[in-house]
Design a protein around this ligand. Structure first.
Ligand SMILES: [Zn+2]
Length: 460
């Protein structure tokens, strides 16, 4: 049928009498375009993910990618999803890409979502003053050059996806996958990073399936809520998410597979520690995606809506100058460096940061699927809460996809529960974040502020 329509359209065009035949007789389907660009560093450089690393990368297990999906509905409303096999999406990179998308395609901020896999075996990403601080000049210039190249590679992926738009069917399916486990184990001295089978998890594997009009699979977008921390060695690698994408692209020739990280801030892949385990988890997740593809997928009607705004998150009461002096004398070098930088910030700006404006995005795909993109290293409670609040009937199961690590990854974003429990994700990790210098934990209303913004954007 589409072929006949296409022929009819061409014939009418030749006669110069085309009057939106498609719109009148059969609505245009989705148009979808996909592209990927290698972003593996071309020269030896330092890696991101573990502060204790003491030398640059020593090799490459497989390539890292920037991938782009462009979806256009029959009204030409457009959505661009970018996924990155990288530790983070710093706000300067998001701003750069957003400006390009606005200038070149006249699209608003809400049309662009950028998610990172948070692989701990990618290159370091340094974009701001505090992330440059104290770096030897050679290392700094390599890091800056990488970000420049990265930005042009992301734009190339978007441009290539734009120019490969073709009529497509978009549908949705899902499965489950079990290797993610909560990593916050209670102990007499607080919460420690260790597998905790009693803690909350989100084992959903949502899958967006994109097919051309012949029915061939062209895109597989899949999500999972788990840190990409099977590995901690000195080789560039996408960890389990890199392998899952690789295996799916090998198994579905011609398709591009894109991984979207969920709210996995307090989730680790277990067991972990070897390349074989990263491959095993990758294969397990790819198999879950295949099992989702084997179910009856739900067609998504070609209607697209998106909204994007910032939630103002407040920090807890800032430390006094005396506290900062004491921190800067700590024997723990990370606490000391953090304390010294905060003292400098206090001197330069006259105050420490009191709030952060964090982006929140909602994308409505047809009537069936709501994609929510949360910022920061988002704890699993957010996904569980939003699904519980937005899914009201059994028939709506699976209709809400919650991504974390999107658009701006500036800190851990704990739920109220995690914040009050304390530990690494609650604020202990704040000293390691340098894109935005932050003195300590968020205020206990951080969860309410983020969730309220989601509901506001959804018009609830
Ligand atoms: Zn993390």
């Amino acid at each position: 049928m589409p072929l006949i329509l296409a022929l009819l359209t061409v014939l009418l065009l030749i006669n110069g009498t085309i009057t939106s035949v498609n719109a009148a007789e059969e609505p245009l389907p989705w148009r979808a375009g996909l592209a990927k660009v290698v972003i593996t560093p071309q020269e030896t450089m330092w890696m991101a993910g573990y502060a204790a690393r003491n030398k640059p990368a020593e090799g490459v297990v497989h390539d890292l990618y920037a991938k782009a999906l462009v979806l256009k509905d029959s009204n030409s409303t457009t959505f661009i999803l970018v996924t990155l096999d990288l530790i983070s999406v710093p706000h300067p990179i998001r701003n750069h890409i957003e400006a390009h998308v606005n200038e070149k395609y006249n699209l608003p901020a809400s049309a662009l979502m950028i998610n990172c896999s948070h692989t701990h075996c990618g290159p370091e990403i340094r974009t701001t003053r505090w992330s440059f601080d104290g770096l030897p000049s050679e290392r700094l210039s390599i890091a800056k050059k990488y970000v420049e190249d990265l930005q042009s590679n992301i734009l190339k992926a978007i441009d290539n996806a734009m120019s490969s738009l073709q009529p497509s069917n978009v549908s949705y399916c899902r499965a489950r996958c079990g290797f993610a486990m909560n990593r916050r184990t209670p102990s007499p001295t607080g919460y420690r990073n260790s597998p905790y089978p009693n803690g909350p998890v989100d084992h959903d594997v949502p899958v967006l399936k994109i097919q051309d009009m012949e029915g061939d699979l062209t895109g597989i977008v899949f999500g999972y809520a788990c840190h990409n921390t099977t590995l901690s060695f000195y080789q560039f690698c996408g960890d389990y998410a890199g392998f899952a994408q690789q295996y799916l692209e090998e198994d579905f020739d011609g398709a591009i597979a894109m991984f979207v990280l969920g709210c996995g801030a307090d989730q680790n892949p277990y067991p972990r520690g070897t390349l074989d385990l990263a491959k095993t988890h990758g294969r397990t997740l790819a198999t879950a995606v295949k099992s989702a593809l084997g179910t009856t997928s739900i067609p998504i009607s070609d209607q697209l809506k998106h909204a994007y705004s910032k939630a103002t998150l407040a920090y807890s009461t800032p430390p006094t100058k005396e506290e900062l002096v004491s921190r800067s004398n700590s024997s723990n070098k990370y606490i000391a460096t953090h304390g010294k930088r905060l003292l400098q910030q206090l001197e330069t700006d006259g105050m420490l940061r009191t709030t952060y404006d964090a982006p929140v995005q909602v994308v409505q795909l047809g009537k069936n699927l709501t994609l929510i993109a949360l910022p920061g290293e988002t704890c699993v409670d957010y996904a569980l809460r939003l699904k519980a609040e937005l899914i009201k009937t059994p028939a709506q199961q699976g209709s809400v996809w919650v991504a974390g690590y999107s658009n701006d990854v500036f800190a851990y974003v704990p739920s109220r529960r995690v914040l009050l429990e304390g530990g690494y994700e609650a604020g202990g990790a704040m000293k390691y974040f340098t894109t935005v210098l932050q003195h300590g934990p968020f205020a206990p209303d951080v969860e309410e502020r983020l969730i309220k913004k989601v509901h506001d954007l959804l018009g609830n």
